[in-house]
Ligand binder design. Structure first.
Ligand code: NAD
Ligand code: UDP
Length: 315
């Protein structure tokens, strides 16, 4: 297949490119380098089956491809709140442009959606049938509502134009190639622990998330793209079901880094979801997918990566 990956220089996008090339596909990697870095795929540059295009998805796009993975969008709250209007444009206009392209060239298209479509959920764990609890004018709305409209566009293009769509709802994922200054909790805590700084726990640290290692996530994403069975156009949750509070995560980071960690409490950001955990029954039944890497093992690999990054910075 000839495959377009948008957001390819980012954390997930770069791992997806590696996987697609391993599966013998030809990859066009598109990114505007807002939160992504060319170094994430530096090892792929120069290959005959890989090319990089610097482009912003809010502008029209023309390629002849078979598959499109639309991952372009800042994912860390710090980054997506930096320019909220641009975040909405990226999800809405970006997805529209890519759906227009999918329609023209009859490509299959997968949209990277998110657990944030459930907002601060009142149902636990969250199945795909749950409509969510999102504040439409809160600080997270640019991301949450943008992603919700993107899902709407995917379903309506499918129903109205017969586009071959897939929607993955990604829950918190971590691993190597998260940026040092990314702002998400796993990378923040690891970097702080390795630098001997206090870990910044927002609020009292009782809020929960489930952390999925990147290789598991990429496996789920590729399985969903390849899936052609019943309900293939419906959203599928992909994520770990090992639920941890941020206080428990602090403990795990202490073990993984081998450091004596201490914490500094900071105010809980507005509308920060209290509890989050995916119901992954659909992924299991349709894709035979469930997460396989424990938090402890995933953190070990991730800590190794960040140690290397921090050493490079002090060179
Ligand atoms: P990331 O910030 O590392 O990667 C996003 C990439 O998109 C970056 O390379 C960035 O430069 C690029 N980008 C942003 N706006 C763009 C635009 N307008 N045009 C072209 N490129 C643009 O984040 P990530 O964790 O790799 O997330 C990838 C996708 O997965 C995102 O769509 C995100 O919403 C989704 N997602 C990720 C998680 C997670 O835990 N990692 C959870 C839910 C959803
Ligand atoms: N968080 C924290 N300290 C940090 C960064 C984040 O305690 O330095 C908390 C944040 O308030 C949230 C959880 O960790 O409850 C996950 O935050 P992240 O930004 O990684 O992703 P989210 O799931 O909120 O989109």
């Amino acid at each position: 297949m000839r495959v377009l990956v948008t957001g390819a220089a980012g954390f997930l996008g770069s791992h997806l490119c590696d996987r697609l090339l391993k599966d013998k596909h030809d990859v066009i990697a598109l990114d505007n380098l807002f939160t992504g870095y060319k170094r994430n795929f530096a090892h792929l540059l120069g290959r005959h089956d890989f090319e990089f295009v610097r482009h912003d998805v809010v502008n029209p796009i023309m390629f002849e491809v078979d598959w499109i993975f639309n991952l372009a969008c800042p994912a860390s709250p710090v980054h997506y709140q930096y320019n909220p209007v641009k975040t909405v444009k990226t999800s809405v206009m970006g997805t529209l442009n890519l759906l227009g392209m999918a329609k023209r060239v009859k490509a299959r298209i997968l949209q990277a959606s998110t657990s944030e479509v459930y907002g601060d959920p009142q149902v636990h764990p969250q199945p795909e049938s749950y409509w969510g609890h999102v504040n439409p004018i809160g600080p997270r709305a640019c991301y949450d509502e943008g992603k919700r409209v993107a899902e709407t566009l995917m379903m309506d293009y499918h129903k109205q134009n017969g586009i071959d769509t897939r929607i993955i709802r990604i829950f918190n994922t971590y691993g190597p190639r998260m940026a040092v200054g990314d702002g998400r909790v796993a990378s923040n805590f690891i970097v702080q622990a390795l630098k001997g700084e206090k870990l910044t726990v927002y609020g009292d640290g009782s809020q929960t998330r489930c952390f999925c290692y990147v290789s598991d996530l990429v496996e789920g994403m590729v399985r969903l793209m390849e899936y052609e069975g019943e309900g293939c156009h419906e959203p599928v949750n992909i994520g770990s079901t090992e639920e941890r509070s941020m206080n428990e995560l602090v403990e795990s980071i202490g073990v993984a880094t081998g450091k004596n960690v201490s914490v500094e409490h900071q105010p809980l950001p507005k509308n920060d979801p209290v509890r989050r955990k995916p119901d992954t029954t659909r992924a299991k039944e349709r894709l035979n997918w469930s997460a396989t890497i424990s938090l402890e093992d995933g953190l070990k690999h991730t800590v190794e990566y960040f140690k290397g990054k921090l050493e490079e910075q002090t060179d």
